[in-house]
Write a protein that binds this ligand. Structure first.
Ligand code: FEO
Ligand code: CA
Ligand code: CA
Ligand code: CA
Length: 637
């Protein structure tokens, strides 16, 4: 899928963060070279782009003084996966892997049926988590791997590609979406998935429940079919009570129609169009026909809670977290409350956080979900370097009956419009959020965008993206004020003016997307350069090469490239075992159509990539990659 998120649906005059960054950068240009110290903790008016000293960031005692200990890998345009010297990797659970050793086996010509796909690992791996099993050291060798499957490449999914949509092809596509749960074990120096009572697929047709302010019987959710399925599961979250959150991102793309239909303002605000993303499911499945089944789309755009330890548990859409294109749902905890951060990944959309009404242990002890009751906020960034979380609370501010808001359920179904009314700040495609384990600082990837209002501004056309750092007031994740600055501008300083803000010596990268802070506070940054830009000089991406993962030390600001991926792929999703000696990373959409290398076809699905099998009669497939240090040791050191 190329650039669909770059097309915004936000018609408001709400302010854009890019404009504030431009203003702050030009003010700071007077100070350039002075390395003015940042005000750390609460960056009020903090020096944009300057990095705080290690001591101020408060490294955890016992964490290695030097967080980054590996040798940087070069950029790559090859169809390979590359890790630093002294590291090794193996490929685990590629698309089509049977959940059970007894099959059904993957067929490399794409001819597996929908029923078979339901018992195989899905396509296009994205967010992932490792839930340890057992006790003591066993927890580093055994666990449940839970993986999101964001979307499918219909050319690679079927023997006849994307031609002529049929009910069977829609069924197979739905079966390749969703989430995979598999038990994995380390034995004899290799990780393998094993037969397990936990192994499970959740797909686009799995029965689901709704909880929170919006219930399944809400008039706007009444549809011709029972509530089912989760789609476009991008990033994820992990709750302190041991469940997995799958975020529904570009759900609008699955719907379309060939009948008379005009979008309501609500549908238009969510980017719903008669053509969708061109999947054409509506031609074979009335469930996805906008004219025939108008409300089905309101069942998507939620965060879905999944209990990986109970294979019979129904996934629950937690509607108190709002409805938008959820990139992810990063969970942290403060004063016992569950706090969930998430971006709405589309050009010009917003950043949100949810705070549970009461401490999560107390709520769960009373049989209530901490994700059903609480306050959803949207971020307003101010040019001074401060910011405010604005509550999306029915009955307050503009969110009243006089303002056209019926109740809290209405606010949650039309979250984008409620955030518009509050004056939230438009962002350049907010993707993942990492919470630093020691400081509570947030690192938010803004992958790229065009919300700068003045083309003369250096980042008005933000092709490379940047990472915003947020310090909540009193370093508390439940407070409503924050300070912010830019942790890193991505890019290639060889290109002006877009590369102007990239410090000399910083590794080339662009379009940051996945981000995760490991238990030592090491930041892992993953890129998702669009396949319409990857490796192209015309898009100022020729020297950056394939997508990659980098590691950063938030204390020193140092960034180092850790791995590079194969052609056409993005790198997304990262987690380690508790001892940090095994890392799991996902490679999504290898071999997708690219402007640089071409387009996979039915006769040549390998036109762009043949990773990871390199089978002359096979096809590329997304997979989880397991990375370990040869001889042992923490990954990254
Ligand atoms: Fe699914 Fe915004 O990446
Ligand atoms: Ca992403
Ligand atoms: Ca992507
Ligand atoms: Ca992305």
């Amino acid at each position: 899928m190329q650039d669909t998120d770059d097309i915004g649906s936000n018609p408001t005059d709400n302010p854009a963060l890019a404009a504030m960054i431009d203003a702050r950068v030009s003010r700071r240009s007077l100070l350039r070279g002075s390395m003015a110290a940042a005000a750390v903790g609460f960056f009020s008016g903090g020096a944009l782009g300057a990095r705080p000293a290690a001591a101020a960031v408060g490294q955890r005692p016992g964490a290695p003084r030097q967080l980054l200990g590996f040798s940087e890998v070069p950029t790559s345009a090859a169809d390979t996966f590359v890790v630093p010297p002294g590291y090794e990797y193996e490929v685990l659970i590629p698309w089509g892997t049977p959940l059970s050793p007894t099959g059904p086996a993957w067929r490399k010509d794409g001819s597996n049926t929908a029923a078979e796909q339901e018992r195989q690992v899905g396509m296009h791996h994205d967010g992932l988590h490792f839930f340890p099993l057992g006790d003591g050291p066993e927890r580093n060798r055994r666990g449940l791997l839970v993986v999101n499957h964001e979307y499918v490449d219909q050319v690679l999914l079927n023997p006849d590609g994307a031609a002529t949509m049929t009910p069977d092809k829609v069924a197979k596509a739905l079966a390749a979406h969703g989430v995979t749960v598999v038990e994995v074990r380390l034995a004899g120096g290799r990780w393998r998935h094993v037969e397990s009572r936990y192994n499970r697929r959740i797909t686009g047709t799995t029965p689901v429940a709704f909880s929170g302010p919006v219930t399944a019987d809400h008039p706007m959710l009444r549809s011709n079919n029972a509530p089912m399925g989760t789609l476009n599961n991008c990033g994820h979250g992990v709750t302190p009570w041991g469940t997995y959150l799958a975020a529904e991102e570009n759900w609008n793309g699955y719907f379309g129609t060939d009948s008379a239909w005009t979008p309501t303002p609500h549908e238009a605000r969510y980017g719903v169009t008669r053509g969708g993303f061109g999947y054409n499911w509506h031609k074979a499945a009335p469930r996805f026909d906008l004219a025939a089944n108008r409300n089905e789309l309101n069942r998507f755009g939620w965060v879905v809670e999944i209990d990986p330890f109970d294979p019979t548990a129904t996934p629950v859409k937690r509607t108190a977290l709002g409805r938008f294109k959820h990139e992810g749902a990063t969970v942290t905890e403060e004063r016992g409350r569950a706090v969930v951060y998430g971006g709405d990944d589309e050009n010009g959309e917003y950043l949100y956080k949810f705070v549970s009404a009461k401490p999560w242990r107390q709520m769960r002890a009373r049989g209530r979900s901490p994700l059903d009751e609480g306050t959803l906020y949207v971020a307003r960034f101010d040019a001074s370097g401060s910011g405010t979380w604005l509550p999306l609370e029915w009955g307050t501010g503009p969110l009243t009956p006089a303002g056209g808001w019926a109740d809290q359920a209405d606010v949650m179904i039309r979250t984008r419009q409620a955030a518009d009314a509050l004056g939230a700040t438009k962002l350049d495609r907010p993707e993942w959020v990492a919470v630093h384990p020691h400081t509570g600082h947030l690192f938010v990837t803004l992958t790229n965008g065009s919300n700068g209002p003045d083309p003369a501004n250096p980042r008005g056309n933000n092709v490379y993206g940047h990472i915003v750092r947020i310090a909540e007031a009193r370093d508390g994740n439940t407070w409503t004020e924050f300070g912010w600055d830019v942790f890193a501008f991505a890019g290639d300083p060889g290109y002006q003016p877009e590369g102007r803000l990239v410090p000399a010596g910083q590794p080339l990268f662009g379009s940051p997307d996945g981000i995760w802070a490991d238990p030592d506070g090491r930041l892992w940054i993953q890129t998702d350069i669009s396949n319409s830009a990857q490796n192209l000089a015309s898009r100022k991406y020729d020297r950056i090469g394939n997508n990659m993962m980098l590691a950063a030390d938030p204390a020193t600001g140092e960034i180092r490239r850790f791995l590079t991926g194969p052609r056409g792929a993005e790198i997304t999703g990262v987690v380690t075992t508790p001892d940090q000696e095994t890392m799991f990373v996902n490679v999504q959409h290898p071999g997708e159509a690219t402007t640089a290398w071409g387009t996979p076809t039915v006769s040549n699905p390998r036109a762009v990539s043949n990773w990871p099998d390199y089978d002359p009669a096979g096809r590329p497939r997304a997979a989880t990659v397991v990375i370990r240090k040869t001889g042992g040791g923490k990954v990254g050191t």
